[in-house]
Design a protein around this ligand. Structure first.
Ligand SMILES: [Zn+2]
Length: 486
């Protein structure tokens, strides 16, 4: 494969399946809204890399600066595409990647010094360049999956129909990325959608941990995990009329499931509530029983580590959906609620006490006066860069659910291990290097660090090196939905 051209395929943004095309820019960056010279549909392949350059604005995700690939365009020109939106295969030596034997997203590769210019063998066979199916006119609005506008941070009366939701115009996932330097997860406060209702946190009864089920049984049901209740709508559509509501922790039988309408990247579940039928969005509910047949989540996934909690905020690593990058899931709850390890045990790779949070588990926002997103906080190791007290637990590949292993195998991550960060804890109950037993309490839910309202911030990464330290695993971020039920 050495000497072969490095061939690029457009793959888009993971976890936003309804994004159908990506921006090709005039220069290798998105800063100052570098002009978009083309849009290429996902699946466009056979593009030969002409050059690779580091992002001109040093824009990064989780500290890893993007690289940009120069590609030929159907109109005869050239343009630049970012390295997290493509995969590459072939000889990348002259760009510092070495030979890439299987299609890989280059964002996850480390770029070294370029090799001496080896002649590229099949000098860019033009035939290989797919005539790009539907190159959208540049003016086309970047289709972003189901843009759920971020609701006001203030608690909102629960039962508001969301008819008034303004579709957010032209949210560019690509553009949204560059505005945020370090993608530090922000605290739980920012609800994802107008269905989200935040409730002030009360003090702390600490209920006993719930045993962690692995095998689901019983009829398939949803449990509403919204503190203010869940809207049940007439259709699987975020703009659909609200027909009834399900109260927090109330259950309902699942009848059906389907993808949300209007480019919603969530699925919706059809449920029956006291004789009425309607649809509820998947992120607002917890699933129990034999729900696997509905295809919303696999039944063998790990349970929510904070069983006694309520839903707060979804994974949105680039801020493409909500405008605010968020690298994990937030489950809000009372301070002191136990945080459980996975159902098959694991290994603590890091317990990180937050010096400035102290044993009181201080919130930098509520008690030290910082604003969410304050760089003085995000860059301060004393605050653990905003994460507060946290623990990272490794779940070795052999401890992972079968459905997860299948996903890993299909995504060039065969035999990878899961690294899970549990952040903003109140107390840490384990030590680095410790093996934990199934469902063991590893800490308690808290409000430490860049947090406004007690919540668990849950981040998931996969990596093949079991001894990887933070800089190495940092880039393997994926949605917690790959391993956890909500
Ligand atoms: Zn969070």
């Amino acid at each position: 494969m050495a000497g072969q051209p490095l061939v690029i395929t457009i793959v888009g943004v993971p976890n936003l399946p309804n994004v159908t095309e990506v921006n090709i820019r005039s220069i290798p960056t998105t800063i100052n809204n570098a002009s978009v010279v083309a849009k290429l549909r996902l699946g466009t392949t056979g593009l030969i890399a002409l050059d690779v350059q580091i992002d001109q604005g040093n824009i990064n995700l989780n500290g890893k600066v993007y690289q940009w690939f120069q590609i030929p365009l159907p109109n005869g020109g050239t343009g630049w595409v970012r390295d997290d939106l493509i995969n590459v295969v072939g000889d990348g030596s002259r760009f510092g990647y070495g030979v890439v034997p299987t299609a890989t997203v280059p964002f996850f590769l480390t770029r070294g010094a370029p090799a001496a210019a080896a002649p590229v063998a099949a000098a860019a066979p033009v035939a290989a360049v797919q005539p790009v199916a539907a190159v959208q006119p540049v003016a086309a609005v970047q289709p972003v999956a189901a843009v759920q506008p971020v609701a006001a941070v203030q608690p909102v009366a629960a039962a508001q129909p969301v008819a008034a939701v303004q579709p957010v115009a032209a949210v560019q996932p690509v553009a949204a990325v560059q505005s945020v330097a370090a993608v530090q997860p922000v605290a739980a406060v920012q609800p994802m959608s107008s269905e989200v209702v935040m409730t002030p946190v009360a003090a702390a009864p600490a209920p006993a941990p719930v045993a962690a089920p692995v095998v689901q049984s019983g009829p398939p049901k949803v449990i509403c995990m919204m503190k203010g209740g869940c809207n049940v709508r007439q259709a699987a559509d975020k703009n659909g009329a609200v027909v009834t509501r399900l109260n927090y922790k109330d259950t309902a039988d699942i009848l059906d499931a389907q993808q949300g309408a209007n480019n919603d990247y969530f699925k919706w579940l059809k449920i029956s509530v006291q004789g009425q039928q309607g649809w509820v969005r998947e992120d607002l509910v917890r699933l129990t029983g034999t729900f696997g047949k509905f295809g919303v989540a696999a039944e063998d996934l790990y349970p929510n580590p904070a069983q006694d909690s309520w839903w707060s905020r979804d994974f949105d690593p680039t801020g493409a959906v909500s405008g605010i990058p968020h690298g994990g899931w937030d489950h809000a709850g009372n301070v002191g609620v136990p945080m459980m390890a996975g159902p098959l045990g694991g290994y603590v790779t890091k317990d990180m006490f937050c010096q400035k949070c102290g044993t009181a588990g201080i919130s930098a926002v509520e008690q030290a006066g910082f604003a969410i997103g304050d760089q003085r906080l995000i860059q301060d190791p004393g605050w653990n860069y905003g994460y507060g007290h946290y623990v990272i637990v490794r779940y070795d590949n052999n401890l992972l659910p079968e459905s997860v292993k299948q996903w890993l195998n299909a995504n060039n991550l065969a035999n990878a291990h899961a690294f899970v960060m549990y952040a903003h804890l109140h107390e840490i109950k384990v030590k680095t290097g410790q093996t934990v037993t199934p469902g063991q309490v590893i800490g308690t839910l808290g409000n430490s660090g860049m947090s406004q309202g007690a919540h668990l911030h849950l981040e998931l990464r996969f990596g093949t090196n079991p001894n990887a330290q933070w800089p190495e695993i940092k880039s393997g971020l994926v949605t917690p939905a790959r391993l956890f039920l909500r």
